[in-house]
Design a protein around this ligand. Structure first.
Ligand SMILES: [Zn+2]
Length: 466
């Protein structure tokens, strides 16, 4: 009888210096041990034991969960020997974190098989480097500030902007800054008079200090309807393009930037608005989100002035004219490419051009948002996923879904229903309703090529030279 056996490392390894150092020691030992074994090959991103396709050791330790394989009755590939040897070396480096298991002997592995498969898929691509925010995070891979559960921000006056949120500590990209329930939600689908009345009813239900907090928010529309003025100035839509808006004690105080360092998203399952850092935020820096709908600076500034009553003087809007002109050109390109990619007829009849547009957009977003396009990236990769899945290409669809998932995870968190939906599509792309409307690019989800260099992989992914 065959048996699934191997070892897991628990808890999983981090990006900290200590784990990295020990992992390098392990890789070095394995390389030396098997330098004359042509079944063991060092690839750009992992070491492959060719007797089983999943028997791999990634170069980036934080991706590793399991080293294991199904060992057939006649173990001609020497799988058992590889597993035993690597497990012994791992135990020397990581001690009791190494857990041997053997399903044939009734000892199951620690991690779920789906998680293991996902971790192995992630070996193919190197992660972008991250800046550790504290020395402890750098050395140990843990973050004592997060563990203390202190708020990462302070509400305080910001010159020229009234109140704002300012980072109390260094905040890493992808970190949740604040999660908050709204005072109440309102719909802008009714008249101002009705909204005013509804809000006064909602307000009366709130405790006194919450009422005071609400009334202290900025009102850009002073007049006879003060409550709806505050709502119009401060509401954040509950989901993209939702007519329902929420007003928040703290989140409503986050100011705008055309180059924001944070992203706001509504979690419809929990009823909370979440703010994630989309780039590294240094202690003392103001936390900002976008209020604008894109486009060149004159369009953005007009909208911001009429809807919120301020003249934007963010990092982009206050650039010198020549630089601002370049940014405006990129923003126009972004709008144009967005529209082209969203054109359903083009998606159906010129998918190759649509995919090229996605790749061009990726480049421009990177330049315009200084390497951190946040939620734009999640949407872009999802568009690329859709182009592939409509034409039956499950292999590329899976890679794009995975990238979309990772981008969304970093700016909306793992519990967001949209993140979960994309995670499911990443596991089984053909679940998408438009799968295979055409079979022009037909491929199976396990046909993602292995062992390519980064450049070769990108060329395959974007169908360059096809
Ligand atoms: Zn601006």
């Amino acid at each position: 009888m065959s048996s699934y056996a191997g070892f897991d490392i628990v808890p999983r390894l981090t990006k900290g210096l200590v784990d990295k150092h020990n992992w390098e020691k392990l890789l070095r030992t394995i390389r030396e041990r098997y330098q004359n074994d042509d079944q063991v090959e060092v690839k750009p991103n992992y070491i492959a034991f060719k007797s089983d396709p999943d028997l791999l050791l990634p170069l980036e330790c934080h991706k590793f969960l399991r080293f294991g394989a199904t060992i057939p009755n006649e173990d001609t590939g020497g799988l058992r020997d590889y597993i035993d040897t690597v497990s012994r070396v791992a135990s020397c480096c990581f001690g009791s974190r190494v857990r041997d298991w053997d399903e044939g002997e009734g000892v199951p592995g620690y991690y779920a098989l789906d998680d293991v498969k996902r971790s192995i898929r992630s070996y193919e691509q190197f992660d972008e480097p991250e800046v550790p925010t504290t020395l402890a995070q750098f050395v140990l891979g843990t973050d004592p500030i997060r563990e203390l559960n202190l708020p990462l921000y302070e509400v305080k006056p910001v010159p020229g902007k009234g109140q704002g949120l300012v980072a109390r500590f260094n905040i890493a990209k992808g970190q949740l800054i604040i999660s908050e329930k709204p005072f109440f939600t309102t719909s802008n689908a009714t008249s101002a008079a009705i909204i005013e009345k509804q809000i006064s009813i909602e307000l009366r239900k709130l405790p006194k200090d919450a009422q005071r907090q609400f009334l202290s928010l900025h009102n850009n529309f002073p007049g006879k309807k003060p409550f709806s003025g505050i709502v119009r100035t401060n509401a954040l839509p509950c989901g993209p393009d939702s007519p329902i808006g929420g007003i928040y004690p703290t989140i409503s105080r986050i100011n705008h930037s055309c180059l924001p360092n944070a992203h706001n998203s509504w979690n419809s399952a929990s009823g909370y608005e979440n703010i994630y850092a989309v780039r590294f935020i240094a202690a003392g820096e103001e936390i900002t989100i976008p209020y604008d709908h894109g486009g060149p600076s004159d369009e953005r500034r007009r909208h911001l002035k009429s809807a919120f009553g301020f003249d934007c003087d963010c990092k982009i809007c206050s650039r010198q004219p020549a630089e601002l002109k370049q940014s405006d050109e990129r923003r126009r390109q972004i709008q144009h490419l967005d529209a082209e990619i969203g054109n359903a007829l083009r998606l159906m009849y010129s998918p190759g051009d649509c995919l090229k547009d996605c790749q061009a957009l990726l480049q421009i977003l990177g330049e315009e948002f200084e390497g951190s396009p946040g939620a734009h990236l999640a949407r872009l990769y999802y568009d690329a996923f859709q182009i592939c899945i409509v034409h039956g290409d499950q292999a590329r669809a899976r890679v794009f879904a995975e990238r979309s998932y990772r981008a969304r995870l970093a700016c909306e968190g793992e519990n967001n229903p949209e993140t979960k939906r994309i995670q499911k599509l990443m596991e089984d792309p053909k679940m998408h309703a438009s799968f295979g409307l055409s079979m022009k690019w037909k491929s199976l989800k396990n046909q993602v090529p292995r062992g390519l260099s980064s450049d070769e992989f990108e060329k395959w992914l974007w169908r360059q030279g096809k």
